[in-house]
Design a protein around this ligand. Structure first.
Ligand code: XBP
Ligand code: MG
Length: 245
């Protein structure tokens, strides 16, 4: 049986309910640019099928609105970058104003896992500034010391469902995938973890409840009341599944 050694956490939608604040930040950036772009919640649920804020805006511009393809490639890239920088500034401010709610059990599990000798890591498609804002606000300026590895949109530019962020996290941990347990909220995240052979626990949220989570080790409402002993037992099941395969 492969012993559990590390927990690898997705950020958006898993650690905290961030996507409604991301959506607000996008709309504020669009308004700053004087654009008639407005992402309501049903549209944002659809656009969340695309990981990465710049990629998501490009999808909207070219395939939902359909008028992005008429723009010169360089000009389009420049506007997407400008919009994303502005959006990230709005998101950082909204997080600092306490607009994001952490999900149940996550911070308690960080503490219990560390006491139990488990290593913590992050594997996200979000931007470094967003991670800094969210974890800095909850864990203080030394939050980074709590995580052995942080893989994000800069270190792993191939976004979920591509497995790059997880394969790099496992490599950075110096472990094999079976010694890790990933925590995710979305179809893309589960696909990425499974493609990297990392057993994955899913805690869906309002934006992802309709997603398929085929391949996940287990789907639970949230991490409230979940102990390290629970994780070790569920992870051992993964070992059994692998042996049965
Ligand atoms: C979710 C994402 C991100 C966020 C927006 O990341 O796909 O794009 O929606 O953040 P996670 P950016 O892997 O943590 O679920 O605008 O910085 O991309
Ligand atoms: Mg997520």
């Amino acid at each position: 049986m492969t012993q559990l050694r590390a927990l690898i956490f997705d950020v958006d939608g898993t650690l905290a309910d961030t996507e409604s604040v991301h959506r607000l930040a996008f709309n504020l950036a669009f308004a700053d640019e004087g654009l008639d772009w407005e992402w309501d919640e049903p549209l944002y649920v659809r656009l969340l099928d695309v990981s990465g804020g710049k990629e998501r805006m490009d999808e909207y511009w070219c395939r939902v609105r359909g008028d992005g393809a008429d723009i010169d490639e360089a000009e389009r890239a420049e506007r997407l970058l400008r919009l994303h920088q502005r959006k990230t500034q709005h998101y950082e401010r909204l997080v600092s104003e306490g607009k994001v709610t952490w999900r149940p059990g996550v911070l308690a599990l960080f503490d219990e896992a560390a006491r139990a000798g488990l290593t913590l890591a992050i594997a996200t498609t979000t931007s470094p500034a967003n991670i800094e804002a969210l974890l800095g606000s909850a864990l203080g300026p030394n939050w980074r010391k709590r995580f052995a590895v942080v893989e994000d949109a800069v270190t792993a530019p191939q976004k979920k469902p591509h497995p790059q962020v997880y394969t790099q996290a496992v490599k950075g941990l110096g472990l094999n995938a079976a010694q890790c347990l990933a925590f995710e909220d979305s179809f893309n995240g589960v696909q990425a973890a499974c493609a990297a052979q990392v057993p994955v626990l899913v805690t869906p949220n309002a934006f992802t409840a309709h997603h398929a989570f085929t391949g996940a080790l287990r789907v639970i409402a949230d991490l409230g009341g979940v102990s390290v002993a629970d994780l070790r037992a569920w992870h051992a099941d993964a070992g059994v599944l692998v042996q049965q395969a």
